[in-house]
Design a protein around this ligand. Structure first.
Ligand SMILES: Nc1nc2c(ncn2[C@@H]2O[C@H](COP(=O)(O)OP(=O)(O)OP(=O)(O)O)[C@@H](O)[C@H]2O)c(=O)[nH]1
Ligand SMILES: [Mg+2]
Length: 327
């Protein structure tokens, strides 16, 4: 995990109020502390999420995805300014796909989002996509839940990626914004090939480029091949640095949210996402449990030896392992 220097998690002496209560009140330091706990797989973190979970589900979760360097962070920065002007409270979770030890992307974000760090109504956090235990969405979803519980109106999640990335936190978004720029032809191909989940809003950023309209036409062509749905995916042109088109993007996100709320897709999506989350958490735990049970179990060691000796194939051994567990 990379700690942002401006976030202080040190608690004033007087703060005897429980962490959950401070977090629910929107205290930024309590939120920072809570996320660190879940990130470290600290039991206190899981307990905190358990406690505040009934207060979640209010924030709008918007995922921003797209290839590296297209301007996701810059767009998020301008969207925050727009939202703040309307009195909304914002949280940003940026998932850093690089190693937790490279601070390059984060340094960049710190510059792009700098004006927002000191704003009490904005909380920005970066997380490595790989947690210490190898599990990632485990901690990331918990972080989103804590941001939601702390009273943020919007939680903006940034991930780099085209296609099925390992970070499926994007699956937990109510609205998915795909950000591209002129020249991201690979992403259009990925959309066409169905590798990439169809987003709800598409943005072509860095639109002051001669190839922008060609790109928009290509995307339109790809979308036309897809199924007809009740939501028409808008393709917007933005120049994030200048704030051009950001108003329209904010309006498109609002419109999508209103739409899915009205037709009931929001409920459906959240239900599906939470189901996947429960399964994912159960799978991680099951694996850990299995790994633990393997240690020092002579029968299991013997089973593995037989696989190595080519007497039992891996699938049969796995079945035996699970049967043994069921007993
Ligand atoms: N010309 C131009 N440059 C832009 C625009 N938006 C962002 N940039 C620049 O593009 C570079 C990358 O912007 P970021 O916002 O960091 O892009 P990102 O998609 O968040 O990048 P990663 O998080 O590293 O994947 C920065 O140097 C920005 O200043 C734009 O609309 N026009
Ligand atoms: Mg970024």
């Amino acid at each position: 995990m990379i700690r942002l220097p401006m976030e202080s998690e040190t608690e004033p002496k007087a703060a005897q109020e429980p962490l959950a209560e401070r977090l629910l009140r929107g205290d930024k330091r309590a939120l920072a502390r809570g996320i660190t706990l879940v990130e470290n797989d600290d039991p206190a973190g899981w307990a905190l999420v358990r406690e505040v979970y009934p207060q979640t589900g209010r924030a709008r979760i918007v995922g921003f995805t797209g290839p590296p360097g297209v301007g996701k962070s810059t767009l998020i920065g301008t969207l925050i300014a727009h939202a703040r002007a309307r009195g909304r409270e914002e949280a940003v979770l940026s998932i850093d796909p690089s190693s937790p030890f490279t601070e390059g992307a984060l340094l960049g974000d710190r510059i792009r989002l700098a004006e927002h760090f000191l704003d009490e109504g904005v909380y920005i956090r970066s997380m490595a996509s790989r947690g210490a235990l190898g599990g990632l969405s485990e901690a990331t979803l918990q972080a989103v839940l804590l941001m939601d519980a702390s009273g943020k109106d919007d939680v903006l999640v940034e991930t780099v990626g085209v296609g099925q990335g390992e970070v499926d936190i994007i699956d937990h978004a109510d609205t998915i914004v795909l950000v591209l720029m002129p020249g991201s032809g690979d992403s259009v191909q990925a959309l066409k090939a169905g590798v990439m989940e169809i987003p709800d809003v598409i943005v072509v950023n860095k639109a002051n480029h001669p190839l922008t309209d060609t790109m928009v036409r290509e995307i339109r062509g790809v979308l036309a091949l897809g199924p007809v749905t009740d939501w028409k995916i808008p393709i917007l042109k933005t120049e994030a640095g200048e704030g051009e088109g950001v108003e329209e993007l904010a309006a498109a996100i609002d419109a999508h949210h209103d739409h899915i709320t009205a037709v009931g897709t929001l409920e459906e999506r959240r239900r599906r996402n939470l189901r996947n989350e429960v399964l994912a958490l159960a799978a991680v735990r099951l694996r850990r449990e299995l790994e633990r049970s393997l240690e020092g179990d002579a029968a299991v060691q013997e089973l593995l030896d037989r696989v190595v000796r080519r007497e039992v194939d891996p699938a049969t051994a796995a079945e035996e392992l699970l049967r043994g567990r069921a007993r």
